[in-house]
Design a protein around this ligand. Structure first.
Ligand code: 2P0
Length: 322
């Protein structure tokens, strides 16, 4: 029996992925840029089982037979097709990120699953191929394969849509966990609704492509101020876009908005700090490492806080069997 265990970390996008051009291949409408974190890892073990009738998913100790299990099976079907194997697998995953709270749990989840499944099924994939594979599970997972800062190139085919590392200045993130409950509308459904109903969607696609070029340039040049400004503007544009759906969706809560205000006040006081938020009420503050204490002091008491630095690539931990 072949078994492999892998570990991956979530990532937070500075320039966001919101909207697909192809939902079968999970090709995004625009490229994106992110930092992989060094906190909240997901550890996943994939064990092939020749006698099993179907795949089994055990998520944080509970066997699941619902949506997440079907999504894992659809992903494993891609791995089985690539490897020429028809064998079912048992997938055990332990996620330390608060699940479905807009903190990129599917990114670390599918990145860890991609690495573990590729090894368990005997595929020899380089980082680019792993990023493409992880993308099929969840778009943002393509970036969690990569350490530190990553650009996910939108591409226009399975071969050309992958993430790769980009040089960046020394940065940190302060994660403000406003709520840990499941979000009311999944990113996948909200993206679909955005593409179908928002009159602002074409403007989002064109402006995000420009923001990505500018952010990549700022990253390479080590221009923290410019990168920070692009990050906060892009996040607020994404939330404005999401709120413009019919029926509308609003992920930010009053506490999230209060955090954006406190971060703006920090900037007025001369501290380089910029806020972003994914598909949920949690807010992540991008800052220089030396300003982390100023940020945590400013957010003290409003939310549970965690400090992250650029994290490692998704990696194999152990492997056994043929
Ligand atoms: C991002 N998010 O760039 C954006 C910003 C959330 C807000 O990627 O449908 O779970 O699995 O490809 O990757 C969340 O969406 O969506 C996401 P699927 P995913 O991080």
């Amino acid at each position: 029996m072949s078994t492999a265990t892998a570990i991956a970390h979530p990532n937070i996008a500075l320039v966001k992925y919101w909207g697909k051009r192809d939902s079968t291949l999970n090709l995004p409408a625009t490229g994106s840029l992110s930092m992989t974190l060094d906190i909240f890892p997901t550890t996943t073990t994939v064990s092939l089982d020749e006698d099993a009738a179907g795949d089994i998913l055990v998520f944080n100790g509970d066997e699941r037979a619902d949506g997440p299990a079907e999504r894992v099976t659809r992903f494993l079907d891609i791995v089985r097709e690539l490897s020429g194997s028809a064998v079912a697998a048992r997938v055990e995953t332990v996620n330390t990120v608060p699940s479905a709270a807009g903190l990129a749990s599917s990114a670390s989840g599918f990145a860890a699953l991609a690495v573990a499944a590729a090894h368990a099924y005997g595929l020899d994939l380089d980082a680019r191929a792993l990023s493409r594979l992880a993308r099929r599970g969840s778009g943002s997972a393509s970036r969690s394969i990569i350490p530190g800062f990553a650009i996910w190139h939108a591409g226009d085919s399975d071969e050309t849509s992958f993430a790769e590392a980009v040089d960046a200045p020394d940065l940190a993130m302060v994660v403000a966990m406003v709520e840990k409950r499941e979000k009311p509308v999944s990113s996948r459904e909200a993206m679909r609704r955005t593409v179908l109903t928002s009159p602002f969607y074409p403007a989002w696609v064109s402006s995000t492509a420009e923001s990505l070029d500018a952010a990549a340039e700022a990253c390479r040049a080590g221009d923290v101020e410019r990168l920070g400004r692009i990050t906060e503007v892009n996040a607020l544009r994404m939330h404005a876009l999401i709120q413009s759906c019919d029926p509308p969706i609003r992920y930010l809560s009053p506490v999230s908005v209060e955090i954006f205000d406190r971060v703006a006040a920090l900037r007025d006081a001369g501290i380089g700090a910029w806020a972003t938020a994914d598909a949920g009420p949690n807010v992540v503050v991008l800052t220089r490492p030396e300003s982390v204490t100023a940020v945590t002091n400013a957010l003290e008491g409003i939310a549970e806080l965690a400090v992250a630095r650029p994290g490692p690539a998704a990696a194999l931990v152990t492997r056994a069997g043929e």
